[in-house]
Design a protein around this ligand. Structure first.
Ligand code: ZN
Length: 283
């Protein structure tokens, strides 16, 4: 397992951690000033802007772009909407390519509206990914499937465990040609009794594309926007990093904290300093 003190280029920040308060240019400059090694922006921060200029600014600051966040949902209840979502995600892949991002984070969508047919929503998500994979390969951006905590199954993601994500990768890319893999986010997967075995399985197939860190607060008050700083909650973040690195992952450790009441109300520079301190001491 890497000693992050010797791998500062692996210290990454997902811009959501700052609560989208400043333009992306200011966020890039702030992260650059602290020697951050990688930045993961959100598409909403780039829309309507000059993406090539943003890419140059990130590159000039010697930061990698592990991923662009994130896909549109693939599980709408009618075929027309699902086709539109595929087209929108193709455009998102183009945006990721222009940005120089290695992956597009795929949050696949939950149950279709007014549906109780979870199996069907999962089939639609899988079909959408199948349609996207050739374009992802064409533009050189990986589809990083992010399993989300089961509490999100109804509204955000019917892809819920690493093991399920491994199965989908194998179905879509049985020969291991690439272009598709998994983003492991500790907040979503820490509870899974099969975590170690399924991360090992994903690693064995070279499928781990991203690693996101935050913490689960014991007294969490919101299941989306009350993520904790690493070390403030109950997740063995370092233990899980050991698992993904044992599985061959050598990429960035990206802090991704949605925290409407705490960190989004703290100054961005203070939040960043705490992230970097905790990356080294708790992750
Ligand atoms: Zn994540």
């Amino acid at each position: 397992m890497r000693n992050l003190h010797d791998h500062k280029s692996a210290l990454g920040i997902n811009t959501a951690t700052f609560g989208y308060r400043s333009p992306i240019e200011a966020t890039i400059d702030l992260c650059a000033s602290r020697g951050v090694g990688a930045l993961t922006p959100w598409a909403s921060e780039l829309k309507g802007g000059n993406i090539a200029a943003v890419a140059r600014r990130i590159q000039a600051a010697n930061m990698a772009v592990p991923a662009l966040c994130r896909s549109e949902y693939l599980t709408a209840g009618n075929a027309e909407s699902r086709e539109k979502a595929v087209a929108a995600n193709c455009r998102m892949l183009d945006m990721a390519a222009e940005l120089g991002a290695q992956s597009l984070v795929m949050v696949v969508g939950g149950l279709a509206e007014n549906s109780r047919n979870l199996e069907q929503s999962r089939a639609h998500a899988l079909k959408g990914l199948e349609q996207l994979l050739p374009h992802a390969r064409d533009v050189g951006v990986n589809l990083a499937l992010e399993p989300l905590h089961p509490m999100t199954t109804a509204d955000r993601s019917c892809l819920n465990t690493i093991s399920q994500a491994v199965d989908w990768c194998e179905l879509l890319d049985p020969d291991g040609a690439g272009g598709i893999g998994i983003a492991v986010d500790v907040y979503h997967v820490w509870w899974d009794p099969a975590l170690e075995a399924s991360i090992a399985g994903a690693g064995g197939r070279g499928r781990i594309l991203g690693f996101h860190v935050s913490d689960w607060l014991q007294d969490t008050r919101d299941l989306v926007l009350d993520r904790g700083m690493m070390g403030d909650g109950v997740i063995d973040v370092r233990g899980i990093r050991g698992m993904v690195e044992d599985g061959g992952f050598a990429g960035c450790v990206d802090v991704e904290i949605f925290s409407a009441e705490r960190w989004w109300k703290t100054s961005e520079s203070e939040t960043l300093d705490m992230c970097l301190e905790r990356l080294l001491s708790m992750c």
